[in-house]
Design a protein around this ligand. Sequence first.
Ligand code: NAP
Ligand code: G4F
Length: 342
Amino acid sequence: MKRAFITGITGQDGSYLAELLLGKGYEVHGLIRRASTFNTSRIDHLYVDPHEPEARLYLHYGDLSDGARLATLLAEINPDEVYNLAAQSHVRVSFDEPEHTADTTGTGTIRVLEAVRASKIETRYYQASSSELYGATPPPQNEETAFYPRSPYAAAKLYSFWITKNYREAYDLFAVNGILFNHESPRRGETFVTRKITRAVAAIKAGRQDHVYMGNLDAVRDWGYAAEYVEGMWRMLQADTPDDYVLATGVGTSVREFLVTAFEHAGLNWEDHVRFDERYLRPTEVDALIGDPSKAEAELGWKAKVHPLDLARLMVDADIEALQHAGQPWIDRVPLEGWPLR
Ligand code: NAP
Ligand code: G4F
């Protein structure tokens, strides 16, 4: 039985990756942060009592700020594959918390890589790199495109990209960068633009909210479906040689197009409900990200099937469905615009 270690298992991608690996027969170990409330809602459906013989998913407390803990854990678990998905992953928030973002999204990576070396395990390493690295460089973007980061988040990810490549070359580690373009799902964090829109559509449709405040609607992104992207991560670690790959749909869509499609899908006119708030603008914006995933298709046989506007409809349906179930705490307790969240 193969064994995997996932940092960021409680996040969107970590939850889909855990599902995928369990489905392939892996034993899966995940790193979770100690919090004063439960933070496992995205993986609760995978829970099997660890005392039961069929249990294959195990969680361990730890944090990317704690290198010694990472080394001890890796030595104990001795995984065949390490997926480093944990990060402060919100671009707008990285302007508010640049130092924390550098420590988690940048230095956190060297802590995991050093833990791999210190524990002397034989493993393959996946680094969650990002299309944000391209920043101001115009699309289409592929593995040869120059990086031009435009946020503290992207600058931290730039360090992580290069240190991963350096450890591959310096220590002959099987280490890869997945340069993933935006990928979304019904499990997407609630303050990223797609999910913010689809949650607002569901709440407006249900008569629980009248409007939503948005930032720059002209930005273009290449939104794919997260459940498909974790398959690409796994394929990178099954390759004969380690390399870096772009995963994307190749289709660019503006925030406005996504928003119009989402509102229309629910039979709503977006202009009646969308307002502007500069709180959601960034000091430096990334205008357009559209990936060219041909290398992943040719070498890994990976291709995105769900395109951005299908994704908008899929996510609206999921949020409407979620709202119909009683006791959804997010809608009962947290007013969408009540907290000053980005
Ligand atoms: P996400 O939903 O924000 O999940 C982030 C995960 O990291 C969560 O499990 C979070 O734990 C954990 N985490 C944050 N700080 C940590 C710390 N100091 N120590 C340990 N764990 C910590 O992100 P995602 O969308 O799944 O993305 C996964 C990775 O891919 C991230 O590195 C992200 O930057 C990168 N990426 C994402 C996209 C995308 O479009 N989704 C595209 C390119 C790259 P809590 O649950 O406790 O907060
Ligand atoms: O959904 P977003 O916050 O995602 P962003 O900044 O593209 O970053 C995401 O994708 C990256 C991959 O390229 C990941 F590395 C990163 O971890 C994260 O997952 O914003 C998308 C666009 C931006 O241009 C933003 O300015 O939407 C625009 N936007 C307009 N109004 C908004 C809003 N973004 C947010 N979050 N909230 C708004 O109200």
